[in-house]
Design a protein around this ligand. Structure first.
Ligand code: EPU
Length: 418
């Protein structure tokens, strides 16, 4: 098992290039199933989750070809198997995003219930309510969902919560349905807009993506299209916080500054100098951070995927900060690990009260999930002595070459195989 070994005392300086977004490319791969023609995806981040998604669509009968370093072709001319491989669906929740396209394209699917995961129970009731409203017959038993629909029908669907996955799944299913589907209280995340752009290039008729009401007019068929996903705002934000916490000066390049507004606003509150350019953000910090409070919310609120990284910065701020998690019920697992590094954090329900101290101390810690791993990496950069992070396969699900990018910025960090 690989580990990350981080030695303290670095101040990050230089330029870092941000990759395409994992959370944008995964739904786009699923959406490729809606056409029988070839789809080409460029600048694909070859992360573990992307590979799993490739295996999922192969298990349905699509072709997934990696034809050069960062491009893939997907050809779903025939979807011969309505049952994606059980182990793959259990491995990664996002693989559930194939349900909408399959139902719409071949009218049937038998798929494993994705189950809970480290950050919460993560039900899929909103996805299923949407499909049922569109006329799908759905039954659940023995850990599987079976769904049939000769032809989905456009319907008005109100989401009780603006779920990213449910919005994506229903939007994809609606593209080939009869009539108009309206999703109200839809998620507004940039990844939704990116998916809508890809679907539109395939010939779908979608209005309102990026607002809380999305209208999709069903068409008979979709054509193949090429796509490059948006930059990864969470990877970008992770480097912004790492620069701020280490007292560094980093140009976070190839990002959309608009997508990172909540992180920019909070870092400014913490006394960090943040300058926005057209496609880049410069973060300059003296290392003396003010405390702040955050509350995670659907976009454009502060992203839950940045809560743990921000908490690491709060641990080295001068004063008391509060982080409130409202999106997932169990996204505080990094706290016990941060405590091993000397962090002073108390949990009160959905809030964590963080008493900042000048320095953390290096320790052996465990990445309990993807973003927790990123948070511990930031904490390790700010800690005295050595920090050893185990279970870094979580980190590698969502960050391309994190240690290499940090090393280029001056960090003393090494990936060691055991
Ligand atoms: N929810 C329901 N019912 C549903 C769907 C969701 O109750 O049918 C609840 C969830 O349990 C959760 C909340 O709604 O409490 C938000 O879940 P959402 O569906 O919005 O999240 P997701 O689509 O499963 C995506 C990202 C997550 C990110 C969330 C929130 C992908 C592949 N995953 O998950 O990313 O945290 O949106 O922004 O896009 C990560 O990258 O580390 C990650 C976990």
């Amino acid at each position: 098992m690989a580990k990350l070994l981080i030695k303290s005392g670095c101040i990050l300086r230089g330029t870092v290039n941000i990759s395409s977004a994992k959370n944008a490319i995964l739904p786009v791969i699923a959406a490729s199933l809606l056409s029988g023609e070839r789809c080409i995806l460029n600048e694909v981040p070859y992360l573990e989750d992307v590979k799993v998604m490739g295996e999922v669509i192969k298990s349905i009968g699509a072709r997934f070809e990696e034809f050069d370093k960062e491009s893939i072709a997907i050809i779903a001319s025939e979807l011969s198997n309505p049952e994606p491989t059980y182990e793959l669906i259990r491995k990664m929740r996002a693989s559930f995003l194939v349900m909408g396209p399959m139902l719409s394209r071949i009218g049937r699917v038998r798929i494993s219930l994705p189950g809970g995961c480290a950050i919460g129970t993560r039900p899929i009731d909103l996805h299923l309510k949407g499909f049922a409203a569109m006329g799908a017959a759905i039954s659940i038993g023995h850990g599987f969902i079976e769904a049939y629909a000769k032809k989905l029908k456009g319907e008005s669907i109100y989401l009780d919560f603006p779920s990213v996955g449910a919005t994506e799944n229903i939007m994809m299913a609606a593209c080939l349905a009869d009539g108009v589907t309206t999703i109200e209280n839809a998620a507004e995340e940039p990844e939704i807009v990116d998916l809508a752009n890809f679907l539109s290039n395939m010939g779908a008729i979608i209005r309102g993506a990026g607002t809380d009401t999305i209208k999709i007019e069903g068409v008979k068929e979709l054509r193949g299209a090429a796509h490059t996903a948006i930059p990864d705002r969470i990877e970008g934000g992770t480097f912004m916080i790492a620069a701020a916490a280490t007292g560094g000066d980093v140009l976070v390049d190839s990002v959309v500054p608009e997508h990172l507004k909540p992180v920019t606003a909070k870092l400014k509150e913490m006394g960090v100098e943040v300058t926005e350019y057209e496609r880049a953000i410069r973060v300059k910090s003296c290392g003396c951070l003010n405390p702040t409070d955050i509350k995670t919310m659907p976009y454009p609120g502060f992203p839950t995927d940045m809560q743990s990284q921000m908490m690491s910065a709060m641990c080295v701020a001068k004063g008391t900060s509060i982080a409130t998690e409202t999106v997932f019920e169990n996204r505080f697992m990094h706290i016990n690990e941060l405590k091993l590094m000397g962090a002073k954090i108390k949990v009160d329900g959905r809030s964590a009260i963080i008493e900042g101290s000048e320095r953390l101390s290096g320790a052996k810690v465990k990445a309990t999930d993807l973003r927790a791993g990123a948070a511990l990496t930031i904490a390790g950069l700010c800690a005295e002595g050595y920090t050893e992070i185990s279970d870094i396969y979580h980190i590698e699900r969502g960050y391309i070459g994190l240690e290499g990018k940090l090393r280029k910025l001056g960090a003393d960090i090494e990936r060691i195989e055991e």
